[in-house]
Design a protein around this ligand. Structure first.
Ligand SMILES: C[S@@+](CC[C@H](N)C(=O)[O-])C[C@H]1O[C@@H](n2cnc3c(N)ncnc32)[C@H](O)[C@@H]1O
Length: 331
């Protein structure tokens, strides 16, 4: 039930839910527990996940129980009606909750737009590549310890917020170019602020927000950083990174050169800087073109294995490629 709870809180696609094991022979009382662990979880009352997802989940449960000829609890029908009613009132934002361990304090709640593209950007939604990058960060937490990390094209903020909270970097800086995305990032940082996090005075330039763990030097920052203007990186406020990370930023060939230019800028700023880039392959021609530009960029490029899903879930047929990019001398 715990696994199912974690999957539903972050809206894992329905075919991947571990439902059969739980629903086969489910008792009357366990049907109520199932609801309190999923769509009636207290965190969903406060910060609702997608209503469309809740409706589809309830429908799937009712269909399964009906087919298995298990008597359905009244609470299941009531909850189904409630989510259908909420559908009439829904707005374009919902939440997702990423629970990376059984301990509730590890939940990361992200507000995001229900549409994949809105306000002319793809950044108001959490894409699977950033879930994979988050898994990579969790599994490589030791190598992120005390590092200065910069994320390019952060979107809703899963990777940066998770890394700041759970991987102990020295400075985790998230960045994006789009005003609405930067506004959402700021909200998501606030939503996930712990009691020992305090907001710092903003320095200047393109720094939007900085937060620090009380009595430590660990920091989280948000900056506006279009790749085309990478030379405006606010190095007086944010340290040059030891590691640059990015997820799902390779989809539009017109921004390949500025993106690779940004990689080179940070690799030149610190010789030992490395880049971890997770790409979703939707169109092989696009990825081939990007790979060609990368090969021509005179950098050391290594394809690394996708991590096993230990803390997060993603579709098993998701086609991704992960690059580790560094200066040539380092290999
Ligand atoms: C597909 S979204 C990925 C967001 C997030 N990394 C994720 O995987 O959920 C691409 C992100 O790159 C940002 N982006 C696109 N072009 C950019 C540019 N030229 N400079 C900086 N950020 C850019 C967008 O605003 C958006 O947030």
């Amino acid at each position: 039930m715990e696994l199912l709870s974690r999957q539903v809180l972050c809206c894992t696609p329905l075919p991947q839910l571990h439902l059969k094991k739980i629903l086969t022979n489910i008792s009357w009382d366990d049907q109520v527990i199932l609801l309190t662990k999923t769509v009636k979880h207290p965190i969903i009352a406060e910060k609702p996940i997608s209503i469309t997802y809740q409706i589809a989940f309830m429908k799937k449960i009712i269909e399964f129980l009906t087919e298995a000829q298990i008597e359905i609890h009244d609470d299941i029908y009531d909850t189904h009606c409630q989510v259908l009613l909420k559908d009439k009132l829904k707005n374009s934002y919902h939440y997702k909750h990423y629970k990376v361990s059984d301990d509730d304090s590890s939940i990361i709640s992200l507000k995001e737009n229900s549409n994949l593209i809105s306000d002319g950007t793809t950044g108001l939604h959490t894409w699977e590549a950033s879930v994979i990058l988050s898994e990579w960060c969790m599994q490589n937490a030791e190598s992120l310890f005390d590092k200065n990390i910069l994320e390019l094209g952060s979107g809703a903020g899963l990777v940066g917020i998770l890394t700041y909270k759970l991987c102990q970097p020295k400075y985790m800086c998230m960045s994006d170019c789009h005003e609405a995305v930067l506004g959402l990032l700021e909200q998501n940082v606030s939503i996930n602020q712990d009691d020992d996090d305090e907001c710092l005075n903003l320095a200047h330039g393109n720094a939007i927000m900085q937060m620090s763990k009380r009595n430590t030097t660990k920091r989280l920052g948000i900056i506006k950083l279009p790749w085309e203007e990478v030379e405006d990186f606010p190095s007086k406020t944010v340290p040059y990174p030891d590691l640059v990370v990015a997820a799902d930023v390779v989809y539009d060939s017109s921004i390949f050169q500025p993106l690779i230019g940004a990689f080179k800028y940070f690799l030149n700023a610190k010789r030992k800087c490395e880049i971890i880039l997770v790409n979703t392959i939707r169109n092989t021609n696009t990825i081939d073109l990007f790979s060609k530009y990368l090969e021509e960029s005179n950098l050391a490029i290594l394809k690394i294995n996708q991590p096993e899903p230990l803390h997060f879930y993603w579709p098993s047929n998701l086609n991704t490629i992960i690059y580790k990019i560094s200066n040539k001398q380092q290999i």
